[in-house]
Design a protein around this ligand. Structure first.
Ligand SMILES: *Cc1c(COP(=O)(O)O)cnc(C)c1O
Length: 402
């Protein structure tokens, strides 16, 4: 097995203590230690195993539909004066990149002998991706979701139920993602032996950020080969992706991390504006602290209370970023910028009109940054189109009076 998949970045990957520079680690209650420790000691051996690799890549191909195309967006390129490629994660089964991670984690859970899967979900996208692979493998699936989110995201709740998952409402606190996460943690503490907790982004205690990054790294692995074929060079000048927790962005950056002439641009959600009090622009507003089991950058008040984030896109509505992003930001290896709701909506509409592709509003945030860039010559740009816009049609309809 010499797949690029198992290679981790020398300079930018996790160290053996679970840190990326100042960030990462495993800040967990003692009761969770056995679960996380089991995962930490076993995940690399399991993932490196040739039979795991074979199963993972077979499912990515036959079930997810990979490789996802790398599409040269001609009219978009013409508009911006750059050679712009879209990495089409929107064409994956279930409509986004999240399935790459849940396929990996369900195979891992099987090899750990787990019989039961739990997950937390906000807008329901990760819940659906988890319910999907649980149905595929015949494993019990329990998804925790805030009571308010259950009301707001009825179609995704129906999808999960249709695939046999149990959706448990979180009724404490603000009844949203944070409370669902607490409930999932509590469940895991109470079921340490037979249950695996599938986290949906590059967040959480070590080894989750590294594990999820390795599964999502398929995005940049494929991109390198596809660019080589289409342009003669495996490296573009610029790679761009939106950031909620940061899993599609890390997947898009992964195999370019050590190629330091490739610019990595991450786009956060500025909501109504970075200074409006209604945003999710973590690096612009955040400070260092601990959230969901790792040390990272998060939006917090002066006395350390987590600030409620806001974005029109449910997938970017997160008050932190994964620890590897915090490291890339702090060291300057990555450039972290933001786009507002309005900018993203306009960019989504523009892609629909120019290329016949309706993007998820999350992905539209990455596209929105094109407007603020100055390209020299015919630079090659790859943008991760993390998901499709079907789930967002209501929002587009309201916004544009369609
Ligand atoms: C969930 C989601 C995101 C944000 O999650 P990351 O972990 O930051 O990638 C982005 N785009 C889509 C389509 C999503 O569903």
């Amino acid at each position: 097995m010499n797949r690029e998949f198992i290679k981790s970045s020398v300079n930018w990957g996790v160290n053996d203590k679970g840190y990326y520079g100042d960030f990462g680690g495993a800040y967990i209650p003692e009761m969770l230690y056995p679960n996380v420790e089991e995962l930490r000691t076993k995940y690399l051996d399991i993932i490196y195993d040739p039979s795991f690799q074979e199963s993972f890549h077979k499912l990515l191909k036959d079930y997810v539909g990979r490789p996802s195309p790398l599409f040269l967006a001609g009219r978009l390129s013409e508009k911006y004066g750059a050679r712009i490629f879209l990495k089409r994660e929107d064409l994956n089964h279930t409509g986004a990149h999240k399935i790459n991670n849940t396929v990996g984690q369900i195979l891992l859970a099987q090899r750990l002998g787990k019989k039961r899967i739990i997950a937390e979900t906000g807008a329901g996208q990760h819940g659906v991706a988890t319910a999907t692979v649980c149905a595929l493998m015949g494993l019990e699936c329990v998804v925790y979701m805030g009571e308010i989110d259950i009301q707001r995201q009825a179609p995704n709740v129906a999808r999960m139920k249709m695939m046999g998952a149990t959706v448990v409402p979180a009724t404490s606190g603000s009844k949203t993602l944070k409370d669902a996460t607490n409930e999932a943690m509590r469940d895991w503490i109470n079921n340490p032996v037979d249950t695996h907790y599938i986290i949906g982004s590059v967040v959480g205690p070590h080894p989750y950020p590294d594990m999820v990054a390795r599964f999502q790294a398929i995005i940049s692995e494929e991109t390198k080969a596809q660019l080589k074929e289409q342009t003669g060079s495996e490296n573009p000048n610029i790679v761009m992706a939106c950031v909620g927790g940061g899993s599609n962005a890390i997947g898009m950056f992964y195999h370019f991390l050590d190629d330091e002439d490739v610019r990595l641009i991450a786009i956060e959600a500025a909501g109504l504006g970075v200074e409006s009090g209604e945003s999710a622009a973590t690096t612009a507003l955040g400070k260092e602290g601990v959230l969901h089991g790792s040390r990272s950058i998060l939006m917090q008040t002066n006395d350390g209370q987590v600030v409620e984030p806001y974005s029109i896109s449910a997938g970017l509505d997160y008050p932190g970023i994964g620890p590897q992003h915090a490291h890339l930001f702090k060291t300057g290896r990555g450039e972290y910028v933001s786009a507002t709701d309005d900018e993203a909506m306009d960019a989504g509409r523009l892609l629909a009109e120019l290329e016949g592709i309706i993007p998820a509003i999350e992905s539209a945030h990455a596209l929105a940054h094109l407007d603020k860039m100055k390209f020299k010559g015919n630079e090659t740009v790859v943008i991760c189109l993390s998901g499709r816009g079907d789930k967002d049609l209501d929002n587009y309809m309201k916004h544009f009076n369609l």
